[in-house]
Design a protein around this ligand. Structure first.
Ligand code: KG4
Ligand code: ZN
Length: 336
């Protein structure tokens, strides 16, 4: 089955064709209009998706050498609702026009399953960390569609913390890649920063869980500690601040993965989402005494190959959606 995937949940307009032998095309257009605002402006994102969706889908089909796929998969949430709607409506219309099945895909499930698109794919069950600008959650993936949230951030997403630290240092948006680059030249022990553990009885987490779990994370206190340091007279160099901040994030993540492995007995781990492109985080995971399967960096940030892949797995499992499939701003993976 050859599936066209469409992704428009945030600021990437992306289309990809995936078949039984893997990815046939993978087109990602990153909207640059948001850089001048220091963050994604939802209304501008929706308009830019509407401008680019036709040319992006055409490019994906032509690079794959096909005129019509066997099915269409499009992100139907979670994300910026006006942005999600563009790809979702386009995907449903294209599927109806071609007379092929349609499936709406959970963007987070796309990230969560990204590693299973690779040749050295992990077998179920595995631990999957989805770490991006909007989400930071550690899942136990038991089988397709069966995911348990073991822990998640109770405040900022890790990528959001990278972006906010970059803004404090005037490094531009998105901050993650710049912090990653600068940190390589810095001393991670120069600035003493906390490794926050959420306090008990934190408010409801993004997936609706009440109360804290041992594997939950918090990045907002870390970000505040960086701000206090940056405003202090003993301010270290940007490289040292970036290295110290990044080290703290990596320490928190590796601690939670180790605890998750001990808690579940599952020693197979993967991650995806923009922050999974981080050099130091990748090295830290690769050096863990576990079976580690990381998607390449370009499949960690938002892309449509993961949407085509997740949609294809579910279609092969007998699932499909009608044209009444709606867009969702919030949606925990594995929930119908
Ligand atoms: O998954 P993604 O492309 O979009 C969503 O948020 O869904 O993730 C974007 C986030 C941004 O916060 C960006 O700063 C961060 O991923 N990011 C990184 C790196 N590359 C992107 N963070 C740390 N290191 C990187 N190399
Ligand atoms: Zn994403």
């Amino acid at each position: 089955m050859i599936v066209l995937g469409i992704e428009t949940s945030c600021d990437e307009t992306a289309a990809s064709v995936v078949g039984p032998d893997g990815v046939l095309s993978d087109v990602v257009y990153t909207q640059e209009i948001h850089t001048e605002y220091g963050g994604v402006v939802p209304e501008l994102a929706g308009r830019a998706h509407a401008d680019k969706i036709v040319s992006t889908v055409r490019a994906a089909l032509s690079r794959a050498g096909i005129e019509r796929p066997d099915a269409v998969a499009a992100t139907s949430g979670p994300g910026l609702i006006g942005a999600v709607l563009v790809g979702l409506c386009f995907g449903k219309a294209a599927a109806a026009g071609w007379g092929v099945p349609f499936i709406g895909v959970n963007h987070l499930e796309g990230h969560l399953l990204s590693a299973t698109l690779e040749p050295n794919r992990p077998a179920f069950p595995f631990l999957s960390l989805v770490i991006s600008g909007g989400h930071t959650s550690l899942y136990l993936a038991n089988k397709l569609g069966d995911y348990t949230v073991l822990g998640e951030t109770v405040d900022d997403a890790a990528g959001e913390a990278f972006d906010k630290v970059a803004r404090m240092l005037d490094l531009g948006y998105p901050g993650g890649p710049v912090v990653d680059r600068l940190a390589a030249a810095g001393n991670p022990h120069e600035v003493t920063l906390p490794r926050p553990q959420p306090k008990m009885r934190a408010p409801r987490t993004p997936s609706g869980h009440r109360g804290t779990r041992a594997l939950d994370m918090s990045f907002s206190g870390l970000k505040t500690a960086v701000r206090s340091h940056v405003q202090s007279p003993q301010r270290a160099s940007d490289a040292d601040v970036c290295a110290s901040f990044q080290q703290a994030v990596v320490d928190v993540i590796t601690d939670r993965i180790q605890r998750a492995a001990a808690q579940t007995g599952v020693r197979r781990v993967t991650m995806a989402g923009g922050v999974a492109a981080n050099s130091q985080l990748r090295m830290a995971l690769e050096s863990m005494d576990m079976e580690v399967c990381l998607p390449p960096r370009h499949r960690c940030t938002d892309n449509a190959a993961m949407i085509a892949h997740a949609g294809r797995l579910r279609l092969l499992d007998g699932e499909a959606h009608g044209l009444d499939r709606g867009a969702r701003a919030q949606w925990t993976p594995g929930v119908a």
